[in-house]
Design a protein around this ligand. Structure first.
Ligand code: KG4
Ligand code: ZN
Length: 353
């Protein structure tokens, strides 16, 4: 079965071809037009997707050595995301499927991240075999989910305020770093001292005495943001410049240690033997190393997609569509799907709790 996946929910225009579950091509074009604005400008994102969608889809087909007539299914992100941006890929995908008279599958972008451990390359499959805890950390979401082997899942924790990616991007902005700051902090931190300054870690056992501790799997990063702002206000520009790698490493440690602690605790509490991380922040090298180490310590299997599949990409959209089709979990042959703005609005019925 050949599936074309399309992803346009934010600032990456992407198309991928899957043949019998294995990725044959995954073309990702990251929009550079937002850099000077310090964040994604929705109107510019939609226009850029519109400009690129035809050539990106053509590239994905030709890299996979097929033509559109070889396709069996088309899948596209239906949300959540910037509505105008989502609509470009969603309308394009539905129109193309309608014209080719093949099924169309709408995909929830966050669910696609959750299941990105199932992305296969060269028929190699490193997916969890049983239940797993998924940490999905992107620019807009921070979710802990318990995924069952029948592809249903429950969300067991989420951020109460900022997403982990936002925590990287917003503290990075305070440090004068370009958007998105996550990868820049990751790079800078490699030459910094993570114990240079202790930033707060909300809702963790670490802060158990705090009245905010809820002993559950939720996250909070807004306090970290305030704490970084207050800290920077007290320092001279020369000091900040000199210690940029140390401050970046300290901020990164505060975010990563919370993510690792909460994810491992959830796995231990639920007696789940595997953890998977996904979403743009899962490209973070410190998160990958710390989570791997913590999993080894507790005898938990660790699954993480290649960095190419951590940030937004269409291979994950096509992969989830393939999984859902093979388990009869999605409607087919519908070309009237509207975009949705929130993760909850697009959750699969089978997974609602
Ligand atoms: O999943 P994604 O590509 O797009 C969304 O759906 O949001 O995630 C983007 C987020 C941004 O906040 C970006 O700063 C963060 O992922 N990110 C990173 C790294 N690479 C991307 N954060 C920390 N370290 C990285 N290496
Ligand atoms: Zn994403």
């Amino acid at each position: 079965m050949k599936i074309l996946g399309i992803e346009t929910s934010c600032d990456e225009t992407s198309a991928a071809v899957l043949s019998n579950g294995s990725v044959c091509s995954n073309i990702v074009s990251s929009q550079l037009c937002h850099t000077s604005f310090g964040g994604v400008v929705p109107e510019l994102a939609s226009r850029e997707h519109e400009r690129l969608i035809v050539s990106i889809v053509d590239n994905a087909l030709s890299e996979a050595n097929i033509t559109k007539n070889d396709l069996d299914v088309i899948a596209a992100t239906a949300g959540p995301g910037l509505i105008g941006a989502v609509m470009v890929g969603l309308c394009f995908g539905q129109a193309m499927a309608y014209a080719l008279d093949i099924p169309f599958v709408p995909v929830n972008h966050i669910e696609a991240h959750i299941f990105s451990a199932f992305i296969q390359e060269n028929s190699l499959n490193h997916a969890p075999e049983g239940d797993f805890i998924s940490l999905t950390v992107s620019g807009g979401h921070t979710l802990l989910s318990h995924v069952h082997k029948d592809f249903t899942y429950e969300v067991i924790g989420r951020t109460l305020d900022d997403a982990a990616g936002e925590a990287f991007d917003k503290t990075g902005k305070m440090l004068g770093l370009p958007y998105p700051a996550g990868p820049v902090i990751d790079r800078l931190a490699k030459n910094g001292d993570p114990s240079f300054h202790e930033f707060p870690r909300a809702l963790t056992a670490h802060s158990q005495t705090s009245k905010n501790y809820r002993g559950n799997s939720d996250f909070s990063f807004s306090g970290l943001k305030t704490s970084v702002l207050t800290y920077l206000k007290k320092q001279s520009p020369e000091f900040i410049q000199k210690h940029l790698p140390d401050i970046a490493a300290s901020v990164q440690r505060a975010i990563v240690s919370v993510l690792v602690e909460k994810t491992v605790s959830a796995a231990l509490a639920g007696n789940v033997k595997a953890i998977s991380i996904a979403g743009g922040v899962s490209a973070n090298s410190a998160l990958r190393t710390s989570m791997k180490h913590a999993c080894e310590q507790h005898g938990i299997a660790f699954h993480v997609p290649n960095t190419e599949y951590a940030t937004d990409n269409a291979a994950m959209i096509a992969t989830l569509a393939g999984l859902l089709l093979s388990h009869d979990m999605v409607p087919r042959n519908r070309y009237n799907i509207a975009p949705f703005a929130s993760f909850a609005a697009g959750r699969r019925k089978a997974s609602l709790t």
